[in-house]
Design a protein. Structure first.
Length: 128
């Protein structure tokens, strides 16, 4: 039986990442790398919390595709989000390091926030 406390801990961390992305987007929109990173973290932590809820073990990785693939083994309603999650994964992983510079448009930033918000709220609904 999964630990409800662990599920809630993952979910709290995801909520904080999502709020951080939104606050930074509102007050420091040029910090697109920070915003994208926190969007990726929101999805990662939401999915990890849901995997714990589903009692599925996962490797300690940051690969959203891997986490989503595992999720789909027990809940195929997530199957439609691979393309969106892949986009967020690319933004966050590529711009985390100084040797790669990617400038995201305001549209891309708003899309990243919307996708992470969508996944977060979908998981929140399922664990409630």
């Amino acid at each position: 039986m999964p630990s409800n406390e662990l599920v809630q801990s993952w979910f709290l961390k995801a909520a904080r990442d999502l709020e951080t992305a939104k606050i930074v987007a509102s007050h420091m929109p040029d910090f697109d790398d920070v915003i994208a990173f926190h969007c990726q973290q929101t999805i990662e932590k939401s999915l990890k919390g849901y995997l714990v809820f589903l009692d599925l073990e996962f490797k300690p990785v940051h690969d959203l595709g891997y986490l989503l693939n595992l999720t789909v083994t027990k809940d195929d309603s997530f199957d439609i989000y691979f393309e969106e999650v892949d986009r967020i994964s690319r933004y966050a992983v590529q711009i985390r390091y100084p040797d790669t510079i990617i400038n995201l448009t305001n549209f891309q930033i708003q899309e990243a926030i919307a996708i992470s918000d969508l996944i977060y709220n979908l998981v929140k609904e399922k664990i409630s």
